[in-house]
Design a protein around this ligand. Sequence first.
Ligand code: PBG
Length: 326
Amino acid sequence: MTSDQYSHLRRFRRNATLRNMLAETRLSPANFIYPMFVVNGTGIRTPIEPMPGIDQVSVDTAVEEAQKAAEVGVKSVLLFGIPDEKDASGSRSTSPDEAVQRAIGAIKAVLPETHIITDVCLCEYTDHGHCGIVSGDSVDNDATLPLLAETAVSHAQAGADMVAPSAMMDGQVAAIRAALNESDFSDVPIMGYSAKYASAFYGPFRIAVDSAPRFGDRRSYQMAPTQGREAMREIEADLEEGADLIMVKPALAYLDIIKEASMRFDAPIAAYNVSGEYSMIAAAGKAGWLERDRALMEVLTAIKRAGADLIITYSAIEAARILASG
Ligand code: PBG
């Protein structure tokens, strides 16, 4: 073989400038969404053991976190609320006095440009830990819809810029769209957790918000990891119901789903780099088993390359700092 008989792709890799010029995928803090766990009280920063670097925050410390994010160009946050009292119907989820509703106003007051998304689900608010109303040993889809709709409206009333229903109840996007429109929030978009899988990678999150189901699991409403085509039907259904953005969650074990969705649908796609994905890199990095920063950027790049427009990640601030340091 002579050198004119094979391709010369290595010519592209000769130096950093050239590699950077030809990069097909670029990460930007503008595409990151930073999730936060908000509790009642003040001055609180309670570390979440399996997620080093991530704390439960009260409204005031949530504002500090949102400021840290904004300073490095991450201007979107996703809020989860943890109430003091949980009950069977998750009734605290609609209260204007709860942590999420108050955090929205507090963040907006200091950072009017920060785009605030709220997670709409009942699992953080129910004493049984399921994402809806339980009847017998199952979750009642249609009884749950009005509660999710009310929760979304209460977030919009508090000033949320976008709502993100994650309960995986059929019809949740339609119910929320109708309720928002009725309450004059027709310009508040919905990001559907459209293809959300029943995943072991949510483990650390459930510790963070104390939402592990007290009985059973979420397999009767979240998707089985075996399903690819069904994910496309879930996404299609959400879009038909009026979702403005769609989401695939988790991200890493489902890059094929992100890719296929990005080729099939013209709606913006978010991917959720979930808690367990964060914990894996944190733990292996801490043990010295891999280079944490490089592993993190590789993972985020892969999620973007697969077709995600937006990446929800607990590493948003850190990744933005790494990007800024070149
Ligand atoms: C449900 C919800 C979950 C996550 C986001 N929204 C947990 C679940 O379905 O059990 C998981 C996020 C993560 O693991 O980072 N409200």
